[in-house]
Design a protein around this ligand. Sequence first.
Ligand code: FAD
Length: 667
Amino acid sequence: MAPESSTDTSPATGTEPRPAGYRQPEVDVPALTRLLDGRYGEVRDLVRTNLAAYASVLEEAEQLDRDAFRDRVRDLLVEMAGTGQTGMGFPTEYGGGGDLGASIAAFETLAFGDLSVLVKVGVQFGLFGGAILQLGTKPHHDAHLRDLITGRTMGCFAMTEVGHGSNVQALGTTATYDPDSQEFVVTTPDPSSRKDWIGNAARHAELAVVFAQLDVGGTGHGVHALLVPLRRDGEVLPGITIEDDGLKMGLNGVDNGRISFDGVRVPRENLLNQFADVTPDGRYESPIDNPDKRFFTMLGTLVQGRVCVGGAGINAAKVALAIAVRYGDRRRQFNAISDEQEQLLLDYGMHQRRLLPLVARTYALHVAQEAVALELHEIFTETEAPEEGENDHRRRELESQAAGLKALGTWHATRTVQECREACGGQGYRALNRFAALKADTDVFTTFEGDNHVLLQLVAKGLLTDYASEFEDLDQFGMVRFVAGLAVETVIERTAVHTLIERVRDVLPGGDEWDQEAGLLDTDYHRMMLRFREEHMLSGVARRLKRGIDDGMNPGEIFSRVQDHVIAAARAHVERWVLDAFVDKLAGLDDGDQLVALNLLCDLFALTTIEADRGWFMEHGRLSSQRSKAISREINDLCRKIRPLAVDLVDAFGVPPEMLRSPELVG
Ligand SMILES: Cc1cc2nc3c(=O)[nH]c(=O)nc-3n(C[C@H](O)[C@H](O)[C@H](O)COP(=O)(O)OP(=O)(O)OC[C@H]3O[C@@H](n4cnc5c(N)ncnc54)[C@H](O)[C@@H]3O)c2cc1C
């Protein structure tokens, strides 16, 4: 894709001299920031201004004791709410901004700052507020939205239990309808059913959205959400016990707690009844008959939380890169080239190799995140209600993309923060320089809002079934049987990859030898490689599932045995989709230096992704050892080309200088 090779269709070795006329592009930083900020530049700028205004919280996180810091974080949340920053996703009639896309942009940008503030905001407005908005109806909105948007009512989202986190359908808390009093009785039947890790619970929440097994007239209807008051005037209410989850690895400004309910009674109207209701005389009613479909439809409306956490992980990675790249451009070690002066770290090939592919991947993930956020905005604000027909497929695809990108974005954050810390040497270890908090606070992003490995299984399930209408009804066993019932070719033909491969194969030179003939910087070659990997892995999973069923094995056992392939296929799918999103975005840009610079990043992302899985490509006959070595050389060359742009590229992330904190590191 880089200009000098785009017309080169000869077998590439990566060692070709740069053609005459190659000119190093220059980056217009404000223009690139505008491009990255997209349609929500003003929203992101408002958050940047607020982050700068409240920058002292970074220091307070280190200095205040735990309770004082938690209260400080709560106060900050209320102050930020006063600027409109945190209520953008709520309807205007309740004082919100009426723009879901804006609320995601605001949340992502907040991840440049202290992450306890971010997570507290996520719990209050995303989880608690989002559940009331999406699962509740007008009476709930009228009663609570205005006050929760301002932070007057603090709340929590009580789903996870000691015994069950990922498997939400197996929660133990019960909500039993009593028609005589027209109340639900909420109970924690055993210690493993205590709600656990509930943000805002230990200190501040007055009201909780509690997920519980609904029992009406002795019949279980599965997990539903209802509102349960926890405190009044700061005092925990009778029948409720709250323990503090205590000191955590990070995010200590968030008061996570355990909650138990001992026959707590709440009015019938407290059931969040968007998808199901109970009549006063005790009849259960829902427009969605299938309990699994109902459950997944309910959870699907909460997809925004996942999109937000993925975006936050990507933005936290930007902070780490902004610090480490700038440091690499100032810090000198060893007289490597000249006796006169020691060399800048970022002029070392290895330093470039460590940091610049991470910059490229961050850009790629950013673009994919923008696409998911936009899709969510459109689906939730411009189309029909979730339970209605054709829109279902699009929603399921969105849920899958959100799950996949959340997994890749948060793993990327963990990896990037560590690499950047090391790249700053001993200075990186000083708490002042942000890495201590970044490491501790981003770590759990891989777990909450869905554990990454569990989420990737969801992605694979969607792919294998092509988000069929049966998709939501299928448990693991059902899914294995469903896939086993199809021909392997059918599984593949139903996926988008198949048709895309045909299309790309047509434009690549060399026919069946495309993998040998195409130029290493040919975008179609990159796309083809990632599509080939995805298709091959998916068909491999389908084949294994079928073989297991044919051999009479238990479906659960089969699934467990192929789980590593399932995860690999899902990851391959998400990486392919991220590359496509990046390529598509660039295809819409005008020619010029900005496009040249972004093309370099896109090439670097694609080639490092192939290189990272070179063993697989070689095992499957798509990469000769000669070409594999050429890819590594090409990557080094791309790093050298990107090196002069590196500081501008991270400056364009637009991390407020106050959030970079240390003048020693970043100048
Ligand atoms: C700081 C923090 C804040 C939180 N805030 C909230 C909150 O406000 N509200 C709330 O409701 N919850 C909250 N949570 C809970 C969080 O959502 C759960 O921890 C998360 O969903 C994972 O569940 P778990 O801890 O039970 O892990 P488990 O589900 O037990 O997973 C443990 C490990 O087992 C693996 N695993 C699980 N199932 C499978 C499988 N089928 N196949 C293969 N591997 C598997 C996972 O990959 C993981 O590595 C929070 C958690 C933390 C730590």
